[in-house]
Ligand binder design. Structure first.
Ligand SMILES: [Zn+2]
Length: 201
């Protein structure tokens, strides 16, 4: 017959455990204090943090209904375009207007990184999918508006003129789903590269 041995159960909390808990508690307090301090510092130096971002003209935003042309050299969206692009557009516009096409109105040119991020985040929210959003709005890392290498142009007749004759100045439509978006993409008189389906392509 096997004898069962019942060992007495003794709960002895090692004294080091209490010390450990005290240290963890103190550590958490210090971390919370540091986090609070850091937040105050960041807010002091960057007042925009915490407030919703709204793009301004300084960020390259062109308000709806505002007419901006290539002559508006004091508008950041135009001023911060790559000089070669601006030059090609101005020369193309002169020929377009002489041929009876309307002058170019710029609805978007250079955009700051934060503005592009805001546009992208907005698209992600709108489509409820980052993958779909990428087809319509480039990320700040990918956008040629952020580097000053792209413009969006209206009206339709100006777009159609550029689509037909822009290559003479190196200007090309880049995305099949953006008839208004032009970049310098070939040498003057060259052939435009095959269009990408959309900004994700
Ligand atoms: Zn564009």
């Amino acid at each position: 017959m096997q004898q069962s041995v019942l060992e007495p159960t003794v709960f002895v909390r090692p004294p080091s455990r209490i010390r450990q808990l005290t240290f963890v508690g103190l550590g958490l307090c210090v971390a919370a204090l540091l986090a609070g301090f850091a937040t105050v510092l960041v807010q002091l130096h960057m007042p925009g943090i915490g407030a919703p971002f709204l793009p301004t003209a300084k960020e390259g935003h062109i308000a709806e209904g505002t007419v901006v042309t290539l002559a508006d050299a004091d508008v950041p969206a135009i001023a911060q375009l790559e000089p070669a692009l601006l030059d090609a557009l101005r020369r193309a516009e002169t020929e377009a207007v002489a041929a009876g096409a309307p002058g170019f109105q710029i609805t978007s040119g250079w955009r700051s990184e934060s503005y592009q991020r805001w546009l992208f985040d907005d698209a992600v929210e709108h489509y409820a999918s980052e993958e779909i959003a990428r087809r319509f709005v480039a990320t700040p890392e990918a956008s040629s508006h952020v580097t000053g290498d792209a413009v969006d142009i209206v009206p339709l007749d100006a777009q159609l003129w550029l689509i037909e004759h822009g290559a003479r100045y190196g200007l090309c439509q880049i995305y099949a789903n953006e008839r208004w978006h032009f970049e310098l993409a070939t040498s003057p008189g060259g052939t435009c590269p095959e269009m990408k389906a959309d900004a994700a392509g």
